[in-house]
Design a protein around this ligand. Structure first.
Ligand SMILES: *Cc1c(COP(=O)(O)O)cnc(C)c1O
Length: 360
């Protein structure tokens, strides 16, 4: 038996510690997890009812084409139904694209630090990885990414807002970049935090598909919609591209509950408005805390903030953990003295800030 050589270089994904485990380990009755950018307000009330209805059909495979969700989402986004591909989370769309385009004779360009799944999938496919470091202000080095392109480049990954910095690519730069990327290179714009963005110069990328057949946009129901556990994300691209990668998708990749919940959640845009404004208030709490304590941070367009504490991130992470707050140490994310904290409810933010003040 011989496992692919490249797999031996990979570690399995390290998820945040489960709440129950932390409770037991530190003898805590309450544990708050703000480590994975989940929605602290849960999801829309419409979702519960939709799930109950679906429970009657457990024995049946889900609709492999996500027809109902597809119809609703296409109408919502004002795109053609054939312009959508669904995945078991947008993670799976990343995997489908990687399987479809990358091999050992190709290379792929990505920002660093950024979302780890671009690299992870590229390693499995055996492609050469070209990481381009973020600029000082946490933004993508688009010039550097363009310079890294050659005839063997198959995919360029953009993460906007970027995880873990929360920074975004401005419209003008995004457009300029796209116009300079050769047609043989697929540009993936991962917009997992799209719903949270309020920057005026953040680009609406869907209209750009008209001019750029080599663009695909990734979004998800995991973050603002609060459906992480169900796993449903999607790509928006030109029908001819999606038709071409479709064979790399598993036939029943999005389960019945996920499809029903996503369709119901989509209808409740009031919920999204409400949680987005609460998230902005939460970010303000952290901005105040940072300026009062002279801490560097990246202004965030997402539902998390990366704060530089100028000390060992793992130790700080551990101190918060022992008090019942699970956040993300920046160490594994490329920021060894920073924490990435998901914006929680006002009370959760206050509690974490109080502990951080004590620790500083
Ligand atoms: C969370 C996240 C995803 C994955 O989301 P799923 O749809 O849950 O797979 C993709 N990209 C980025 C940047 C993320 O932060």
């Amino acid at each position: 038996m011989q496992i692919k050589q490249q797999l031996t270089k990979l570690k399995p994904y390290q998820p945040g510690k489960p709440i129950e485990e932390v409770k037991k380990e530190f003898n805590l009755s309450k544990v708050t997890k703000l480590a994975s950018n989940e929605n602290p307000f849960g999801s829309s009330n419409h979702v519960k009812e939709a799930l109950q209805k679906e429970a009657a059909f457990l024995a049946l495979y889900p609709d492999g084409s996500c027809a109902n969700l597809r119809k609703k989402l296409a109408a919502f986004l004002h795109v053609n139904e054939q312009s959508l591909i669904f995945g078991n989370g947008s993670d799976e769309v990343i995997q489908i694209l990687s399987r479809s385009l990358l091999d050992k004779d190709s290379n792929t360009i990505m920002p660093a630090p950024s979302f780890p799944q671009y690299k992870h999938n590229a390693v499995i496919e055996g492609a050469e990885i070209r990481e381009v470091q973020l600029l000082e202000d946490g933004s993508h080095n688009l010039k550097g990414m363009l310079d890294a392109i050659d005839e063997k480049t198959k995919i360029i990954w953009l993460c906007t807002p970027n995880n873990p910095t929360g920074t975004y690519i401005k419209e003008k730069e995004f457009r300029e970049f796209l116009s300079k990327v050769p047609r043989h290179v697929l540009v993936v714009s991962d917009e997992a935090y799209y719903e949270y963005v309020d920057a005026e110069d953040y680009p609406e990328t869907i209209p750009l598909l008209e001019e750029h057949s080599n663009l695909i946009i990734l979004r998800t129901f995991s973050k603002a919609y609060g459906l992480s556990s169900l796993r449903v994300g999607y790509g928006i691209g030109r029908p001819e591209l999606l038709r071409a990668v479709e064979p790399a998708r598993e036939p029943f990749n999005v389960n019945r509950f996920a499809q029903a919940a996503a369709a119901a959640a989509l209808e409740d845009q009031d919920f999204i408005k409400d949680i987005v404004s609460k998230c902005k208030e939460g970010l303000e709490q952290y901005y105040r805390f940072c300026s009062e304590n002279n801490l560097d941070y990246y202004p965030s367009q997402a539902n998390f903030i990366l704060i530089d504490f100028n000390r060992d991130a793992d130790e700080l992470f551990q101190s918060l953990l022992e008090k019942g707050y699970i956040v993300r140490s920046g160490k594994a994310l490329g920021f060894p003295t920073s924490l990435r904290i998901t914006i929680g409810t006002r009370e959760q933010n206050e509690e974490i800030i109080a502990i951080l003040k004590e620790l500083l």
